[in-house]
Design a binder for this molecule. Structure first.
Ligand SMILES: *Cc1c(COP(=O)(O)O)cnc(C)c1O
Length: 359
């Protein structure tokens, strides 16, 4: 029997995807091989990769002017790969600091160029997003970088900001495919796969074509977006099995009604949990309401001495990975696309019961 897995990542995957992968493990579609054993240049795997890209394009309505790259390196890798690919001819980039993942992006970018922190919510302990009107943007910046959803702090942009003519770069690792993307405002959207897409090891980069000629000469070929775009992400061996599972997740999403339907479900799941937190005097969530993440819900118990009992009881109810990130403490429930409504309902029921017994 499966448990309710609230892990922030690697995270829960849709059960039908795992069953299908199990069925196809030894012999993919009569090929006599596992996908793991296929040449990335063979016709079977090329078909898998092409279908995955086509399905992703349709799910997110990605315009033809954007290239989709299936790379390795993870989002932390991409934190360095972004400045390498975009700083050519410019000296600085603007970053908005909304929490732990923004800080990591800033740290990496500083190795390659000058970083201007255009806005920060540090004074509010990263529980909000600074109003767009207060951002100190540099019109000569190579790009503006934001973290679309702060996985640790549980802070999410309700929409992509308008930053004018400077390309907007979005780390969407923990909310990609949970909602539509406004491509008129985005230059680059990237993310590791292991939160909302599939297994770790795959990094998605969706980049507007006109941004492909700005790489620094030091950019390694495997991370050079233009070279990878020209090679259909096969300049090096791509993470083939992770691409296959991601493709199955895309098919599953299409079967569930696509991003619009999954977004409605995500809104309902998040509402269930936040409404409960707001009614309770026992649990608290610190994030400004309009910026509360639909994917990652941090919360604290009134008395942190009860944390261990809460986690132990949750485990007895087959709910795991609820411990908050060490940098913020407390609890965190990650409720990605693949978390069923029933999982969130079970969590709320358990929390209510725990409150009755200890409140
Ligand atoms: C998980 C996460 C990362 C880091 O991903 P890695 O694959 O570990 O490099 C970066 N940004 C955000 C927003 C994340 O949630």
């Amino acid at each position: 029997m499966r448990i309710h897995n609230f892990s922030a990542g690697p995270a829960v995957l849709p059960e039908p995807v795992l069953r299908r992968a199990a069925d196809e493990m030894l012999d993919w579609h009569g090929s006599g091989m596992s996908v793991m054993e296929m040449s990335h240049r063979g016709k079977e795997f090329i078909a898998i990769a092409e279908k995955a890209e086509a399905d992703l394009r349709s799910l997110l309505a990605i315009p033809p002017a954007f290239k989709v790259l299936f790379l390795q390196g993870g989002a932390i890798g991409e934190n360095a790969i972004v400045p390498m690919n975009l700083l050519g001819g410019r000296t600085s980039a603007d970053y908005v600091n909304t929490g732990e993942w923004s800080k990591k992006s800033i740290k990496e970018a500083k190795k390659y160029g000058k970083v201007n922190v255009a806005a920060t919510s540090e004074a509010a302990n990263y529980t909000t997003i600074p109003a767009r009107s207060t951002w100190n943007l540099d019109p000569g910046a190579a790009y503006v970088h934001i973290c679309g959803n702060e996985t640790i702090g549980g802070v999410e942009y309700p929409e992509l900001p308008d930053v004018g003519g400077v390309p907007l770069v979005v780390d969407a690792s923990s909310h990609i495919l949970s909602r539509p993307i406004d491509w008129s405002r985005a230059g680059v959207v990237y993310g590791g796969a292991q939160k909302n897409i599939g297994p770790a090891g795959l990094t998605l980069v969706i980049v507007r074509e006109d941004l492909l000629d700005r790489a620094l000469p030091i950019t390694p070929s495997a991370f050079h977006w233009k070279e990878q775009a020209e090679a259909e992400s096969m300049l090096n061996t791509p993470p083939t099995y992770a691409i296959y599972i991601a493709g199955l997740v895309f098919e599953w999403l299409i079967g569930e009604g696509g991003v619009a339907a999954i977004e409605r479900r995500n809104i309902a799941k998040a509402k269930l949990l936040y409404d409960f937190l707001d009614r309770s005097g026992f649990y608290t969530n610190p994030v400004a309401r309009e910026f509360r993440s639909r994917m990652n819900v941090p919360f604290k118990l009134r008395d942190e001495k009860l944390d261990d009992a809460f986690l132990k009881g949750a485990k007895e109810h087959r709910m795991v990975q609820l411990k908050g990130h060490r940098s913020v403490g407390g609890m965190r429930a990650s409720i990605y696309n693949a978390m069923p409504v029933d999982g969130v309902r079970a969590l709320v029921d358990y929390m209510a019961d725990f409150e009755r017994r200890h409140g």
